[in-house]
Structures are given as C-alpha cells and as structure tokens.
Design a protein around this ligand. Structure first.
Ligand SMILES: *[C@@H]1O[C@H](CO)[C@@H](O)[C@H](O)[C@H]1NC(C)=O
Ligand SMILES: *[C@@H]1O[C@H](CO)[C@@H](O)[C@H](O)[C@H]1NC(C)=O
Length: 440
C-alpha cells in the first residue's frame, strides 16, 4: 500500500524539482513563458503558491514556550495604553504598550480604544476583543488588573506623550520617572523606541499579547464565522486599497478613471494636490501609488492565479473601479452581499475591519496590494498559524517595469520573477520582533 502511494508522489516531486531547476537556470526559456500564459487556463496547475520556498517565518521559540522570568513583586505603577486610528493600528499600539508595561515593571489596566475620530463610532477594546481571554492568556507575562485600586481609581492618569519624540528613545529613560512620580500614567506608544534594548521578558510579553492572547468577542467571532462559512472554498482573500480617501491621500494621478471615481477622489482630497510630471514618476516608482483593481488583476494573472479562483474582497465600502478586477476574475465576493442587509447596515467600521481580519487569517491564501497595519497584522497571524500562502503585491515593481516599457508577456514574466523571489524568501510575511527566520 505504502509503496504504491509513495512512488507516484516521489515521481511528482522529482518532476516538479526538475521543472523548477529548468526554470531557475534559464529564466527566459520558452518553458517559463508558457507557464505564465497558462494563467488563462482554469487548471491553475502551476501558480505562485506551488513555488518551493526557502525561508519561512515562524513565531520565535523564546516567547512561544512560556514565561521567562518571575514578575517583579513590586509594581512601579499603573499604565493605561491609549490607542488611536484604525483597528489594526490600535492593536499594534496596544501590543507595544504591553511590552512597555513589562519593561517598566508596571501593572497594566485595560486600554482605551479611541475610535471615534476615524471610525465615526465609539467601539472600545471590550467591544472587539475578549477581555477575560486576554487576561487569562497574558497571565505570567505582565501584571494586569481590570479595576484600579480605590486610591487611584478616581484619578485621571497623567498623560505621557511619546508620539512627539524624535528619533530613537528609551522608555526607561524617558517614561519611568513620570510613572514613579504619578503612579498612574497613560501612554500612546511611538514607533521609534529602542526595542533593541528590551530584555527578553518584555519582548515575550509583547509577542504573547499580540499573537496568542487576543481573540474577537464571542458575538463578533460568531458573525465572522458566518461570513467565513458563506464564502466558497478554497478562496483567496484580497486586500484591495482603492478607496477615494486612499487615492487622494496618496497624491497619485491615474488616467482612465470613470467620472464617478474622479469625483469621489476630488471630494476626498484635502490640501495635498497630486504630483505631476517628473515628480509623479518618481513618486510612483517609489511604490507610493495604490494599485488599481485592473493592475491588481494583471498581477494576479502574471502569478498564474486562475481566473476561476474564488476571491473574497477584504476592502472598505467605497472601493472604486472594481470592474477592472471582476471583468477578469468573475468569482469575487463582498461582505455586503454575503451578510444579511440588516446586519451589514448596523455594522461599524471597526466591526467590518474585524470581519475582514478574521476572514483573512483563515483564508487559503492572502494577497495585499498595500503594506498597511492590517496587512502586517494579518501576515503575522497567518505566519503564527502556519499559513504561508501570503504575498504582498509590489507597487514599486509594477511601476518600475511599466516605466521601462515592458508589455504583454515580457511584463508578465518580469512580474512573476519579482513576486516569486519575495515568496521564496518569505519577504514581508511576518514582523521580525516576534518571528524568526526558519530555513526550509
Ligand atoms: C524590573 O525588575 C527586574 C527584576 O525583576 C529588574 O532587573 C529590572 O531592573 C526592573 N526594571 C525596572 C525598570 O524597574
Ligand atoms: C458619521 O455619522 C454621521 C451621523 O451618524 C453620518 O451622517 C455620517 O454619514 C457618518 N459618516 C461616515 C463616514 O460613516
């Protein structure tokens, strides 16, 4: 029995390796271009996911295998993390805050999720994440309390503003004195801190908080599972960013947009005018311009993603020019169509973002056209779960190659090569703080 089933497998692997060797050794052989042109067929025999990978990012053992040090007996005070922005940005800052609290031997209180400004709503931490689960799983990594002691509870925390700090700074030098003085402070973490100086136990707290201790509330999870179930399998979750505000913010100009899209972009435009002439070219070549749905479809074709692939659109409501994708990929699913209308209209921005997140960490594959907070979080969670079919489409490569005048098969081949290298090396697929490179 075994011998019978192993043999064809061996032959298949051997053939595939031979096939790969041929491609790697001669990048411009007719063979490799047939591969790309086969993207039109619906067999999908040789898409980007079947390329052999060399590197995989996995959660580092140092934090995965449990606590490292006993928590200090004395606490230096209480810290509340104040989080702003979109759901995944708040999550990132919160995770950072957990690391900072451990670094400073402080006790953490539940964070403030200040969502109103960006999301037009007021959903807080407990509306999105399961608080009891968090407290239970972070136990031993950092001290945490649900309620402040009575002598501190009535006070507002002293706010330490880290966001204005320039360059690299150290929380022990610049925040510990305020903590010791006021006993209760609030902080919004800044990206520029000296994380290289973190002792292992502080890093472990951060990683444990971000990747092992957060899960959606029961009601959100239920909604998200329903959505996940409604999507035909297997499927690709595609994070497209071509909403009016995104395009306006990017200061990029596009030709051939519909009048409706142009109007929406103009309406979203603040002070930033789009770049023109040579500056526009440089800007685009630096990878600053969001991919249009049409450009995205072209890259998917270059990666031999079959046209009959089920695609879940992880995207905001105002996505423009979607026909550019759906004219090639016809099986595209949106949450607005999959959820019942009543559910959908009552849902807030953060809730929708949580659904996209959940679907994307459970999809067969994930592709992002941007390297935003959601993409980084999803990629890392997928790496945590051992899901490796994750890829960031390169805006920069697309711009460079088209400026070089590449077209048709040549362009497709070049796009394949660029993304293949990224995939083989696991580039961008996890954040280095909590993940370690693993040679396959
Ligand atoms: C935190 O406690 C550890 C011992 O548990 C100690 O080595 C470290 O210096 C303390 N750090 C701060 C900032 O108090
Ligand atoms: C924000 O809320 C107001 C009032 O509820 C509503 O009129 C408006 O359309 C909302 N804006 C967005 C972007 O959802």
């Amino acid at each position: 029995m075994i011998a019978v089933s192993v043999k064809p497998l061996f032959i298949a692997i051997f053939t595939l390796s031979l096939f790969l060797a041929v491609i790697l050794l001669s990048p411009s052989t007719p063979l490799s271009s047939t591969l790309v042109s086969s993207s039109d067929s619906s067999t999908g025999k040789f898409d980007i996911w079947s390329v052999r990978r060399v590197v995989e990012w996995r959660p580092c053992r140092s934090w995965l295998q449990g606590r490292l040090n006993a928590l200090p007996v004395e606490s230096n005070g209480y810290i509340r993390v104040d989080c702003y922005g979109g759901l995944n940005q708040m999550r990132r800052d919160f995770c950072d805050g957990v690391g900072i609290a451990r670094l400073l031997n402080a006790t953490l209180v539940l964070p403030k999720f200040e969502a109103a400004a960006y999301w037009n709503e007021s959903s807080g931490f407990a509306d999105v994440f399961d608080v009891d689960y968090f407290i239970q799983h972070i136990n031993g990594f950092v001290k945490i309390v649900k309620e402040l002691p009575p002598d501190i509870a009535p006070k507002e925390p002293f706010h330490v503003d880290c966001s204005k700090r320039k360059g690299q700074f150290d929380y022990i030098e610049s925040v510990l004195p305020s903590l010791l003085e006021h006993r209760y402070i609030s902080i919004t973490p800044a990206m520029s801190q000296r994380r290289d100086r973190y002792p292992k136990y502080a890093k472990a707290a951060l990683c444990q908080a971000c990747y092992s201790s957060l899960r959606l509330t029961r009601s959100l999870k239920k909604k998200a599972s329903e959505l996940l179930e409604a999507i035909p399998k297997p499927f690709l979750s595609l994070h497209l960013r071509f909403e009016p505000d995104m395009v306006a913010y990017s200061q990029c100009e596009y030709s051939g947009l519909s009048p409706a899209s142009k109007e929406a972009i103009e309406a979203a435009r603040g002070d930033g005018k789009p770049w023109t002439g040579e500056l526009a070219r440089i800007w685009r070549e630096r990878g600053k311009c969001p991919l249009t749905p049409k450009e995205t479809a072209l890259i998917l074709q270059a990666l031999s993603i079959p046209a009959n692939t089920n695609i879940y659109l992880a995207a905001g409501d105002g996505l423009m020019e979607i026909e550019g994708l759906t004219s090639v990929y016809t099986k595209v699913f949106k949450k607005s169509a999959l959820l019942n209308g009543e559910d959908f209209t009552s849902m807030h921005g953060n809730t929708k973002a949580a659904l996209d997140y959940y679907v994307s960490i459970n999809s067969d594959s994930y592709m992002a056209t941007y390297f935003g907070n959601m993409d980084k979080m999803v990629a890392a969670m997928r790496a945590y779960k051992g899901l490796y079919k994750t890829l960031f489409l390169s805006r920069r490569a697309f711009a460079e190659l088209t400026f070089q005048g590449l077209k048709g098969k040549e362009l497709m081949q070049a796009l394949w090569t660029t993304h293949e290298q990224d995939f083989v090396m696991g580039r961008g697929s996890a954040l280095p703080d909590c993940f370690c490179e693993f040679k396959l």
